[in-house]
Write a protein that binds this ligand. Structure first.
Ligand code: 9MR
Length: 458
């Protein structure tokens, strides 16, 4: 691949077109095309340029200490149009002793990026890990004040220069509990996350404010707990603009990866893939391609960041989880990402599923309810999805438990308020293309519905 020009955004002349056969195992072959062609004339030849043509950024985590490595910087400057400081903006780096702020290493990355017109993702204002020792041993209102001061100081210092801040990182527990992760920050009160977001907004009103986490690559208890938090924040006006999906992936991609991104986007936030790396193996290139296509298929997926430049720069040791090998050469995974970025139509991004998504089976429609409940009340959001055929009009039948009453409905017409309630589409959301979805919601008193409601067409 060395005949691909090394200038950012440069294009491969037609006379250089060629075909490269990439060896793939049967598993990967089932997921990806076996023939990878060099870009046609007109196709972008770097990740950043190709992503930009689709209205998105393509970034890498950057370590300040490596900015003196010419190979590293050469690849960074050629391929990427966004950076995330890998460690340099974390609490232990920016406030090593209380009230004394140091930005030297973070500034090296920020200056490098700004000079080249790259976006900067700020990572991360608050996290249970990589806290300075003095904060680790704090609790209660003293920690709450220190936390607010930290967010204010750092976000103010970088005001106007950060595209997106990871305001809070990894605050939810793994496993099936859907609970918050225990931490000194969590023990200051459940509202610490919204306090952090309000504080960050006040300090830098133009940065997009993100919640960032891992093990959120499918619809699972952890991602659903975060989904409920984001929905609650949007409902109450807590300033949140984006959700980061770290996507530290192994050897298979969850089948609902794209659908999971989409359900967050449907809440009215951007989604970003923030720390992508994938175990090297027979599936690596195919998975990188599939992740890229998933982002392109979600209109509000605004960019992808890989967590390092070369395999040798990765926190994942011998996994060789990145796009560039230890010698600085592009890997099949790199080509898969570039091809995925170059495929399809240009901006605005497509909102239809990528070609690899299996067509929905069965005609008719399906409905899924997600609930945000509190003592004495609930908000239900219902996602209606057409089957293999287009839908012209739908009705969703929801059975409420005894004592529950619908008090308010949006994007649907409720027939009744207690017992079994039929929700009928309104004029603007009755027609759905095959496989397409829409949402409506209702609020109620008492206990919300459980189970899967029936959806009928017509
Ligand atoms: O890549 C980072 C590594 O250099 C640090 O030692 C580590 C410290 O916890 O953090 C790594 O980055 C993490 C990121 O900040 C948050 N998500 C998980 C990343 C990988 O551990």
């Amino acid at each position: 691949m060395r005949d691909i020009p090394d200038r950012p955004g440069s294009r491969t002349p037609a006379r250089r077109r060629r075909t490269v056969l990439i060896p793939l195992t049967a598993v990967a072959a089932a997921l990806a095309a076996t023939v990878v062609t060099a870009p046609a004339a007109g196709a972008a030849t770097t990740l950043g340029a190709a992503a930009a043509e689709k209205g998105r950024y393509f970034g890498a985590a950057v370590a300040a200490a490596k900015l003196s490595d010419s190979q590293y910087v050469g690849i960074l400057d050629r391929e990427f149009n966004s950076v995330t400081p890998e460690n340099e903006m974390k609490w232990d780096a920016t406030e090593p002793s209380q009230g004394r702020f140091t930005y030297t290493n973070a500034d090296r990355i920020v200056s490098h990026a700004q000079a080249r017109g790259m976006k900067i993702r700020g990572h991360a204002l608050l996290w249970h890990a990589q806290q300075p020792g003095w904060a680790q041993s704090m609790s209660g209102s003293a920690l709450r004040s220190a936390m607010v001061n930290h967010v204010t100081q750092v976000a103010t210092y970088y005001r106007g220069r950060i595209h997106s801040w990871d305001v809070v990182n990894e605050a939810f527990a793994d496993g099936g509990s859907g609970a918050r992760r225990d931490s000194n920050l969590q023990r200051t009160g459940n509202d610490w996350i919204e306090v952090a977001f309000r504080t960050a907004r006040a300090a830098d009103p133009n940065a997009k404010l993100c919640y960032n986490d891992y093990n959120t690559d499918s619809v699972n208890p952890k991602s659903t707990a975060i989904y409920h938090m984001v929905r609650d924040f949007k409902a109450r006006g807590v300033p949140i603009d984006c959700v980061g999906f770290q996507s530290h992936l192994g050897t298979s991609l969850p089948g609902d990866y794209q659908a999971n991104l989409q359900r967050f986007a449907d809440l009215g936030v951007d989604v970003q893939i923030t720390e992508l790396d994938i175990t090297q193996g027979s599936n690596q290139a195919a998975m990188y391609g599939a992740v890229t296509r998933a982002c392109l298929a979600v209109a509000r997926c605004t960019g992808i960041t890989v967590w390092g430049v070369r395999d040798s720069d990765s926190w994942r040791g011998t996994d060789n989880a990145l796009l560039i090998d230890r010698s600085g050469n592009r890997k099949p995974a790199y080509q898969a990402v570039l091809d995925a970025l170059n495929a399809g139509s240009g901006t605005p991004p497509p909102t239809t599923p990528p070609p690899t998504t299996p067509p929905p089976t069965g005609s008719g429609c399906t409905a899924v309810v997600s609930l945000n409940s509190w003592t004495g009340g609930f908000v239900a959001t219902v996602r209606v999805t057409a089957g293999a055929a287009p839908v012209d009009g739908w009705t969703v039948r929801v059975t409420l438990p005894a004592g529950a009453t619908v008090t308010n409905t949006w994007s649907a017409q409720a027939g009744g308020s207690t017992g079994t309630v039929n929700f009928r589409n309104v004029s603007y959301n009755g027609q759905l293309a095959a496989g397409a979805s829409t949402e409506f919601g209702f609020q109620g008193t008492g206990t919300g519905p459980s189970g899967t409601p029936a959806c009928t067409v017509g």
